[in-house]
Design a protein around this ligand. Structure first.
Ligand code: ATP
Length: 332
């Protein structure tokens, strides 16, 4: 069956990892008609906006997109393309499976957890104002609707994927109303799932427990900012940002992208590890019902890491993006 998917290569290492991913998908024999669109800095230079209308229209038409990382300037400049996409398309659930990769040396060998990050509100509305001279306020928006939606998505995923425990990370000791609502809704939804246990941990203590023994966690349910921060922390537990995939899912659309950013420090040098985007594409194939191709790519990635000869620099090796991709194609 032919699929129609929007492709957004993005900025920085985006082109390099997207090219590698397309090669792998092609070799796996999946029939995809790609609609190439832009977002991020590239789009801003070309059309004056980080997310052109044509990009949104394409995703609305196709329902599914594969996206590389986009650059967002710090402390000034344009709004994040990611935030715009997630809010415009109501991609409220950000799903990031973090799993140890056999053959990849890291501090832990038995990590297998899934992060659910609320993707549309919290501090990410970017609503900031100067209330008096020298005093700024950033609005953290928390609604019953979004808290319920992300909690429902988390427990439904747990039930479907045979996971048994959800830990809610929060700061409801300080933010009693906003994080309090997030926590309260999670426990309410948990009542509908007697087979899945639910507990909560204050987010600072959660960081400490994660770096001490990540194997004690099964699923993490987090609001937007905590989910952002803990995603990178958890990537560090299994070997780094080059490995961890992600999906942004709403009721109508799905955008698959790696956890990592555009990595300007290594862009254009052929050093990027494409695994995170390739694994995001595996999640996309599962979403599209292409289970066989998804499993083939997954197995090929596993076997390259298990063989242990070909590694990109972030994992202590010497291989370029292309050399790694070549090894993956051979394994396929
Ligand atoms: P953002 O704000 O978009 O998250 P960032 O610059 O804070 O961007 P990343 O772009 O994710 O963060 O990069 C953080 C570090 O990880 C950089 O040193 C980068 O080189 C490295 N890195 C990220 N992704 C990869 C990758 N796919 N392969 C190799 N190294 C990577």
């Amino acid at each position: 069956m032919r699929h129609h998917v929007t492709l957004i290569p993005g900025d920085g290492i985006g082109e390099e990892v997207a090219e590698a991913t397309l090669e792998v998908l092609k070799a796996a024999g999946v029939d995809i008609q790609w609609d190439h669109q832009s977002a991020g800095l590239a789009a801003l230079y070309k059309s004056g906006t980080p997310v052109p209308k044509a990009t949104l229209d394409s995703i609305r038409k196709n329902g599914v997109a594969l996206k590389g990382p986009t650059t967002t300037p710090v402390a000034s400049g344009h709004r994040s393309a990611n935030v715009i996409l997630r809010q415009e398309l109501d991609l409220y659930a950000c799903i990031r499976p973090v799993k140890s990769v056999p053959g990849v040396k890291s501090r832990y060998e038995n990590v297998d957890l899934v992060i659910f990050r609320e993707n549309t509100e919290g501090l990410y509305g970017g609503q900031e104002l100067e209330v008096t001279k020298g005093t700024f306020v950033a609005l953290k928006v928390v609604t019953e609707h979004a808290c319920t939606a992300i909690a429902n998505a988390t427990f439904a995923y747990a039930a479907k994927h045979n996971r048994h425990h959800v830990t809610v990370g929060h700061k409801a000791n300080i933010l009693k109303l906003s994080d309090g609502l997030f926590l309260h809704r999670a426990y309410q939804v948990a009542e509908q799932y007697p087979g899945i246990t639910c507990n909560d941990v204050i987010v600072d203590a959660l960081c400490m427990r994660l770096v001490t023994d990540p194997s004690q966690f099964d699923m993490l349910l987090l609001e937007n900012l905590y989910g952002d921060i803990l995603s990178d922390l958890c990537a560090g537990l299994v070997g780094g940002l080059g490995l961890v995939p992600g999906a942004n899912i709403g009721n109508d659309y799905a955008v698959f992208e790696a956890v990592h950013g555009s990595a300007p420090d290594i862009a254009g040098q052929g050093l990027a590890n494409p695994t995170a985007l390739i694994k995001s594409a595996v999640m996309m194939l599962q979403h599209l019902g292409e289970q066989t191709a998804a499993a083939r790519i997954d197995t090929a990635v596993e076997s390259v890491f298990l063989q242990g000869h070909v590694r990109t620099r972030d994992l202590g090796g010497q291989a370029t993006t292309q050399e790694f991709t070549k090894a993956l194609l051979a394994a396929l």
